[in-house]
Design a binder for this molecule. Structure first.
Ligand SMILES: *Cc1c(COP(=O)(O)O)cnc(C)c1O
Length: 236
C-alpha cells in the first residue's frame, strides 16, 4: 500500500484494489455488478476524495455528521452518492436527510424510529441497513443477531424506511467465522416477505478483510486505509 496521501497514491491504490476485487469476485463466481466499492472518507481531505470520484468511485461512506457537513460542499457528489456508516446520535439524524441516500448504521430501534420521524417530516423514504454486532463486542454498537427478526418485524411500522439489509464490523480475530454467521442471518431473512423490508444488501469488508468478505457475498466493501493510506490519528 502506498502510504503517502497524494492523488497519485489514491489512483495507484485504487487500481490495485480493483484488481483484488476482480480476482475475488471471479474466484467466487460473482458478477462485477454484484459489488460496490465504498470510499470511506473520515479524516481524508476532500481533494483526495474527489480524486477517487474522478476515477469512477461512486459511493462515499461518512462516519461523522459534523465532519460530513463541513466537507460535503467540496465533494464532487454530482458523481457519487453518500451513505452514512458511523455511530449516529438521534439529534443528528435531521442533518442527514438531504444529502445521504442510505444510513447503514442503524443500531437500535429508537434510532430507526427517529429516522422514520425525520424522513416522514421531509416526505422521503430513507434506505437503511441494520447494523449487527455480530461478535457481541462491548466496544461496538448494533443489534445482536438474535434481535434482528424482531427489528425486521417492527419495520412494518416504518413506512418512511426501506430496510435493505445488514451491515457489520466483525471482530478482528476470526473475521471469517463472523462473515459466515451474518451471511446465514442475511439469507435466512431474505426469503421472508415483510413490509418495508427488501433484504438485498450485505455491507461488510474493510481494508484488512474485503477479499474475504467478497467470498461471503458482501455487496458493499467499505475501504478507507487501503484507498487513502493510514489515518494520522486512529478513529473508528
Ligand atoms: C473506518 C471505517 C471503515 C474503513 O476502515 P479501513 O480499515 O480504514 O478500511 C469501514 N467501515 C466503517 C464503519 C468505518 O468506521
Amino acid at each position: 500500500m502506498t502510504e503517502s496521501r497524494s492523488e497519485q497514491a489514491v489512483i495507484e491504490n485504487l487500481k490495485r484494489i480493483r484488481e483484488n476485487i476482480d480476482r475475488a469476485l471471479l474466484a467466487s463466481n460473482r458478477s462485477p455488478d454484484s459489488l460496490r466499492l465504498m470510499a470511506v472518507t473520515k479524516t481524508v481531505d476532500p481533494s483526495l476524495v474527489n480524486a477517487a470520484i474522478h476515477q469512477g468511485v461512486d459511493l462515499l461512506g461518512e462516519n461523522r455528521v459534523q465532519e460530513f457537513l463541513s466537507k460535503k460542499e467540496q465533494y464532487d457528489t454530482a458523481h457519487a452518492e453518500v451513505h452514512f456508516i458511523g455511530t449516529l446520535q438521534k439529534n443528528k439524524v435531521k442533518y442527514l436527510m438531504q444529502d445521504v441516500s442510505m444510513i447503514e448504521s442503524v443500531s437500535s430501534i429508537s434510532l430507526a424510529k427517529e429516522i422514520e420521524r425525520q424522513a416522514a417530516k421531509t416526505d422521503r423514504v430513507m434506505d437503511v441497513l441494520l447494523e449487527v454486532n455480530i461478535g457481541k463486542e462491548e466496544s461496538k454498537s448494533g443489534f445482536f443477531a438474535e434481535e434482528i427478526e424482531e427489528a425486521l418485524a417492527m419495520a412494518q411500522d416504518w413506512p418512511h424506511l426501506q430496510v435493505k439489509g445488514l451491515m457489520c464490523i466483525p471482530p478482528k480475530e476470526d473475521a471469517e467465522k463472523f462473515f459466515c454467521k451474518i451471511l446465514q442471518l442475511f439469507v435466512d431473512n431474505q426469503g421472508k416477505k415483510r413490509d418495508n423490508v427488501n433484504m438485498s444488501v450485505l455491507s461488510m469488508g474493510m481494508s484488512a478483510d474485503y477479499e474475504l468478505a467478497i467470498r461471503y457475498q458482501s455487496n458493499i466493501v467499505r475501504l478507507g486505509t487501503a484507498l487513502f493510506g493510514k489515518r494520522s490519528y486512529p478513529m473508528v
